[in-house]
Write a protein that binds this ligand. Structure first.
Ligand code: OMD
Ligand code: FE2
Length: 439
């Protein structure tokens, strides 16, 4: 894909025209009687037509053929372990930790879509409420096929292998330590090189936003200009049997057509795919004492209708200085009324240096106690509190949700990665209680 160009900004109104077709974006109106170059106009709506203006999202695509030229959708037995059946297993409130999920061996060719495996989730896209957490485990590029979800927005977190993503809006390259968001209905195709693994948060309720900053002020955390959207790039290709794969109400469907869906010559609007480099995050933290709640590390949030309560937050634990005085610096022990699914992109996580590995995951369910393991507790209780740069060359993240998540059969059994001994990491925490106030 070479050096790709992007438009920068979050939630902006963009315009983009493939430079090979100057003047392809109609001027002054959306629906000319005849579009330039004989293109078709197509609107993609990301919110109800009547959504308030500050929330309203839509884009206009000027394309060689309208998307409606396709054969009927048929059920596809593609990704065997993609599911929204949250009742496959008995509920399990235990702390769960998965060793790195296996990427298929080279002898088995698996692309991004057939490599989708659902780990946990809640809710239902039919009532537009809930989420699914998937991992993708693949080693082959999608061939003559494109994918879109009619269920939710996809926040994609590559852990191993760069994703070369062709979208209707243009091309994006997304490497580990970057994320991509591909919103409801947007079609895309993923090329990979070699073994590839990552996590996906799919939210059924609405779109991701930047969190409010409150007293932080006008700048900080993920800054809007660091979000990158592709520029228009079209492929005028007749491709017999091109497959459009649709995730619809939790099942996969496929429709064939005889041309590339990536035939958008120009577009404008504010409903777009985007990517973000996590190393650009402007980290805010405590600079005197005590441990802040991890909400200070929120990159993106999908809000619920309850003020301050997210369907899901995407939170990172980036490299940062820790400088606090007379403070137990790692995460505190806690029980949370939110579910915490964590993954590790690279390095080691401060609260658990062993066992939680890149490409693995953990789930601490609603109100299930958790916190630093015994080694971390001991080390941090005795550490000399000098300024220290932590999480260097590390990136852990959390999908934190107000929903109570159920683990799928694949997550609980089939993947065979669940670590039954996880609870042991807390069992040797000593009783330190003493008659003396100063320990
Ligand atoms: O459980 C975790 O490791 C995530 C987490 C980190 C933190 O710094 C504070 C609270 C929290 O849930
Ligand atoms: Fe936690």
């Amino acid at each position: 894909m070479g050096d790709l160009k992007y438009l920068c900004g979050f939630g902006s109104e963009f315009t983009s025209e493939d430079p090979r077709r100057p003047g392809s974006l109609p001027e002054g109106q959306n629906n000319p009687q005849r579009c330039p170059y004989g293109l078709y106009a197509e609107q993609v709506s990301g919110t109800a037509f009547t959504a308030p203006r500050h929330e309203n999202k839509r884009s206009w695509l000027y394309r060689i053929r309208p998307s409606v030229i396709h054969k009927p959708f048929q059920k596809l037995d593609g990704a065997k372990y993609l599911t929204h059946n949250w009742d496959e297993q008995e509920p399990d409130p235990n702390q769960s930790r998965w060793l790195p999920f296996d990427i298929p061996p080279p002898s088995q060719s698996v692309d991004f879509v057939s490599g989708l495996h659902t780990v946990c989730g809640a809710g239902d896209p039919r009532s537009r409420h809930g989420l699914a957490i998937h991992v993708y485990l693949c080693n082959a590029s999608m061939d003559k096929s494109a994918f879109y979800s009619s269920d939710g927005d996809l926040l994609i977190v590559p852990q191993q292998g760069t994703l070369k993503i062709t979208t209707e809006f243009g091309l994006m390259e997304v490497a580990p330590n970057e994320i991509a968001v591909i919103q409801l209905g947007m079609r895309f195709s993923v090329n990979v090189e070699g073994p590839t693994r990552g996590y996906i948060l799919e939210v059924f309720d609405g779109h991701f936003k930047l969190p409010d900053l409150g007293p932080i002020g006008a700048n900080g955390l993920a800054n809007p200009r660091d979000f990158l959207t592709p520029v228009a790039r079209y492929f005028d290709e007749e491709i017999p049997g091109f497959k459009i794969v649709n995730k619809y109400q939790g099942s996969l469907f496929v429709a064939e057509q005889n041309h590339s869906p990536f035939d958008v010559v120009a577009w404008h609007g504010n409903y777009v795919p985007y990517k973000y480099d996590l190393s650009k995050f402007m980290v805010i933290n405590s600079v005197l004492y005590d441990h802040c709640d991890p909400s200070i590390f929120t990159v993106l949030t999908c809000p619920s209708t309850r003020p301050g309560v997210a369907i899901a937050d995407f939170v990172i634990f980036p490299p940062r200085w820790t400088v606090t005085e007379h403070t137990f610096r790692p995460p505190y022990y806690h029980r949370n009324c939110m579910s915490e699914f964590m993954g590790l992109i690279l390095g080691a996580y401060e609260a658990k240096e062993g066992g939680f590995l890149p490409g693995g995951a953990s789930l601490h369910s609603m109100m299930t106690p958790h916190g630093p393991d015994d080694k971390c507790f001991e080390g941090a209780s005795k550490a000399e509190l000098v300024p220290q740069k932590i999480a260097v060359n590390t990136q852990a993240f959390m999908f934190e949700s107000s929903l109570s998540l159920a683990i799928t059969k694949w997550g609980a059994e089939t993947c065979q990665k669940l670590d039954a001994k996880y609870y042991e990491c807390w069992q040797n925490l000593p009783k330190l209680f003493s008659e003396n106030v100063n320990v």
